[in-house]
Design a protein around this ligand. Sequence first.
Ligand code: PEP
Ligand code: MN
Length: 348
Amino acid sequence: MLVVMKHNASEEDISGVVGTITEMGYDARPIPGGQRTAVGLIGNDGRVDSGRLQGLAGVLEVIPVTHAYKQVSREWKEDDTLVTLPNGTVVGGNELVIMAGPCAVEGERQIIDIAHILCGMGATILRGGAFKPRTSPYSFQGLGLEGLRFLARARDETGMMVVTEALDPEGLDLVAEYADIIQIGARNMQNYPLLRRAGRAGKPVLLKRGMAATIEEWLLAAEYLLAEGNHDVILCERGVRSFAKHTRNLLDLAAIPVVKSLSHLPIIADPSHGTGLRSKVIPLARASVAAGADGLMIEVHSDPPRAMSDGAQSLYPEQFQELMEQVGTIASAIGRVVTAPLEAVTPV
Ligand code: PEP
Ligand code: MN
């Protein structure tokens, strides 16, 4: 951390900064310059409170030179993290992992039937919310425990892994019992009690980016999971709020290579929530793979106009098939492959 002094800062101001840094338990190194002096803080262990330095007399600005996050960073761990699931799917390696399913679990037949279809088309992970974070309290909130049981049945029949959302710390253990991957939604990215609980759940976590979160905030949210001992974390770019209205969210494609260079964690993209528009999901899925995403999360419904949530962004199964083909082509152009389809445990 670098404390830049104002050009007219006095010797007394500089020694005030040096004294405070020393008092905080770090070494201070004044660096005199032509215009002004800067004071380097040596030995930053990630716990430095820059606010304390910012308020001192003669201080112009405090510039962080190391990241506040540690364990999620590439400096901490150079090799890519691989998240291995019980059905053999590995997230973060050379294979592109496809998670697909409806926004919400709406019924037993609905989820089992779509699981068979998606599994046959090459998805290895089934998505579907049993607990839905809805903007309106009057919208469908999900089937809860019953939905989790239906997801488990779909897993038993197809061999697909299940990713589903946990909404609150109290409900997290129940979700962890049924899910293979616990999803933390955009609205909960900074729900720290929830993150801590997920960090102790013993199951991989899919952490979606908050709708107005910077990459640093997102990585710090992931740090909560690693700090609790859970290293099986998958990041998911799902679009951020923007001034523009042409899509539901603005899928931040640049975040994919940026996160890849800052962190060893796998990152997937969700062009369904990222665009909110069925017709834009395939192009953005292609772009996400080209940008280096380790996988995709795609909403698919067998009858989108009748979906109980997010029908407008849900693909028809035939469109999902088309997406799989196109994404396979993009993957091979960059030396990757889509995960091989699972053999269905029970034929449809
Ligand atoms: C979802 O995956 O259905 C969902 C609610 O996503 P997000 O948290 O990204 O809005
Ligand atoms: Mn949705």
